[in-house]
Design a protein. Structure first.
Length: 232
């Protein structure tokens, strides 16, 4: 944070409750992915997140300390949650930008009313947008981490499915359930491609053969079996 007078935080703190409520209402109106009833758990979670973000910003002004690990974990978790909800980061980052704009409007008015000079207002504007950039970066990192985790889990399930396809006596229901978890559309038919590849990488082979190909290594036979859906 830039050097700002301690009295600035005291001037801003009284506007936080109303600013939090107004920010949540504005997000509900202006961010399409969040345009839903804000009376239930979603609205309460959103209000809590906005309150923490605003209070942490004012705390940093008054205490001259960086965002602590708990706050960073919250922003990181918000990014993870967007991927789990099947959304891009556009909605969350739009909400951050909207919150920054509203905070600047209210904080500027409060700072002027408290008699702070223009140079303090300039520094305050910079602090707000630097803060938003920082929490946005945490959420971007959380989103990327969740993508990596999900990709790793999908790859693990696809390897298990490929091994299951090569087993005898596999039930249709068991195969269908694992295919759903692996995000693999069940084809009408498959072809098995057996590769003599002792040191092979099943994921690399599958990706070279096509998006819906799955593969697994058989360490006992030193081969990799790739299953090609609908080979015709």
């Amino acid at each position: 944070m830039p050097d700002l007078p301690p009295s600035l935080a005291a001037a801003l703190r009284p506007v936080l409750p109303e600013l939090s409520r107004d920010t949540v209402a504005a997000i509900g109106r202006e961010v399409p992915d969040y345009a839903r009833s804000l009376d239930g758990p979603f609205g309460q979670a959103l209000l809590g997140g906005v309150q923490v973000a605003l209070e942490r910003f004012v705390d940093e002004l008054s205490l001259a300390v960086a965002t602590d690990d708990r706050a960073k974990a919250m922003y990181h978790g918000l990014g993870r949650g967007e991927l789990r909800a099947g959304r891009s980061l556009d909605a969350l980052l739009s909400a951050y930008r909207l919150g920054a704009r509203l905070a600047w409007e209210r904080f500027q008015a409060a700072a002027v009313a408290a008699g702070h000079p223009p140079e303090v207002l300039y520094a305050l504007a910079g602090a707000i947008f630097t803060y938003i950039d920082a929490i946005s970066a945490e959420s971007v990192a959380g989103y990327a981490d969740e993508q990596s985790r999900a990709a790793g889990e999908r790859a693990r399930r696809r390897r298990a499915l490929a091994r299951l396809l090569g087993s005898e006596g596999v039930g249709t229901e068991e195969l269908a359930a694992l295919a759903v978890g692996a995000a693999w559309p069940l084809p009408a038919s498959v072809a098995a491609l057996v590769v003599d590849d002792p040191e092979g990488d099943p994921e690399r082979l599958a990706s070279r053969l096509g998006a819906d190909v799955i593969a697994a290594r058989d360490p006992d036979e030193a081969t990799t079996v790739a299953w090609v859906p609908d080979p015709d």
